[in-house]
Design a protein. Structure first.
Length: 435
């Protein structure tokens, strides 16, 4: 009963939001000095129905998605609803009555405002009022169990609470469990729980957008897994996305470049740019561009420092960076903390040597250390930013970075690139994990 009331409440809140956006769009449209026939709230009601129906179909009211997956589904719903509304108005020949400008304003406002509204909605219900939280029992693999409990505790958007006694649903973490044990747990809890969450044994593949085929006669299923960055159409889409964003960033880049160049010149003698050989797609060597963040006699400074601090050698072996690097200039420290030292790599993107998002561009002496991950990582262009940069970059070992990059390559999507770019902005602004 609680779950039914929760769904109804969410739908009512969303309906109120859609109506509020209708009046906001009407106000904006009214203040644009072009005459049009006014649309009433009653005439626009079918749009609200389409939006709510699509949100329900996508499971927004049924499942507790995390913010990014729900955002993807909401944006998908808004785009589909927009196309359906235009089609209905055209087929019923009522498009003359409905202002196309008003329709465009309304759906643009939805794109801009609905995600913040949903975040506020969940924040008030789950974080502040602590209402409608689903209690879940997690059983199975201890490692997966600990990670999931931590995520449920830290991610209030999920609206979940770990519980060992009274619970609504059960998560079964299957990693390292035998088939017999998984079946045993499923039988044990499925008798008294209407919904079960099975966490797959395989963790390096994202099944969220996979298709499942049913073989009825065999009572078996198969999950279609596609390495999307090896698909030529996907590669074309990614390249077009990279070039479009890079071109749009050029005015910003030129302005920031002028300021940074002056600061570098005043800080220490030497060139503004620093070029270094890196390994690109298919092992091709190219020069990566960065702003110079080190003194000209950096090698001598490093040698003297390592003699006094031999513990830094062991740290570099593990993380492939120094804890306190004496070679870095004053302005260089600021550029590295803000990650602005990598901004010139936009030039590499426009030259087709790098992508906006991808594996880090590895140095030549790191190739042998990639080991089994080498064949995956060198299949794609390196990126200006990537999954490891937004996943606690300083706290990850070299091996953990490699694993993240292989996961990205296997599970690429344009939406994932967009999420990483947004998270990169957060990392830069709030200095999370930057060094």
């Amino acid at each position: 009963m609680k779950n039914v009331f929760y769904k109804i409440l969410l739908m009512c809140l969303d309906l109120i939001f859609f109506i509020a956006v209708f009046f906001l769009a009407s106000f904006i449209r009214k203040n644009i000095n072009i005459q049009y026939e006014v649309i009433t709230l009653k005439e626009f009601g079918f749009v609200f129905f389409i939006l709510l129906s699509l949100l329900y179909y996508e499971g927004v009211y049924k499942y507790r998605y995390d913010f990014w997956q729900e955002s993807y589904k909401i944006i998908k719903v808004i785009i589909i609803a927009y196309l359906i509304v235009l089609a209905i108005l055209t087929l019923t020949k009522t498009n003359v009555h409905y202002s196309r400008l008003f329709i465009n304003i309304y759906f643009l406002l939805l794109i801009l405002l609905f995600l913040p509204f949903k975040r506020l909605e969940k924040f008030l219900l789950f974080k502040k009022l602590k209402m409608f939280k689903e209690k879940v029992l997690i059983v199975g693999n201890e490692n997966q169990k600990k990670k999931l409990i931590k995520e449920i505790r830290d991610n209030w958007y999920l609206g979940m609470q770990s519980s060992n006694y009274v619970y609504d649903y059960v998560f079964i973490a299957t990693q390292n469990l035998s088939v017999e044990k998984v079946n045993e747990l499923f039988e044990q809890y499925s008798n008294v729980n209407k919904r079960m969450y099975l966490i797959p044994y395989v963790t390096n593949i994202n099944f969220a957008h996979s298709d499942i085929l049913e073989y009825t006669n065999l009572r078996l299923n198969s999950i279609i897994v596609e390495n999307k960055l090896l698909n030529k159409l996907n590669i074309l889409i990614k390249n077009l996305f990279d070039n479009l964003i890079a071109v749009l960033m050029m005015p910003f880049f030129l302005l920031v470049h002028l300021i940074i160049s002056i600061l570098i010149k005043f800080d220490s003698p030497g060139n503004v740019f620093f070029k270094q050989k890196r390994v690109g797609k298919n092992g091709k060597i190219f020069y990566v561009y960065k702003y110079r963040t080190m003194y000209e006699n950096s090698q001598k400074l490093l040698e003297e420092y390592l003699i006094k601090h031999p513990e830094e050698i062991e740290y570099y072996e593990k993380y492939h960076k120094y804890k306190n690097d004496p070679r870095i200039t004053k302005i260089g420290k600021i550029l590295r903390i803000t990650s602005l030292d990598e901004l010139p790599q936009i030039i590499n993107v426009l030259k087709g040597e790098m992508s906006l998002v991808g594996p880090r561009p590895y140095m030549l002496n790191e190739l042998d250390k990639l080991g089994k991950y080498k064949k995956f990582i060198l299949k794609v262009k390196p990126g200006l930013t990537g999954l490891w940069q937004v996943s606690g970059r300083n706290n990850l070992t070299f091996k953990e970075r490699n694993e993240l990059e292989v996961w990205y390559i296997k599970n690429w999507s344009l939406w994932l690139d967009l999420v990483i770019l947004i998270k990169t902005f957060k990392v830069v602004v709030f200095k999370i994990g930057a060094k």
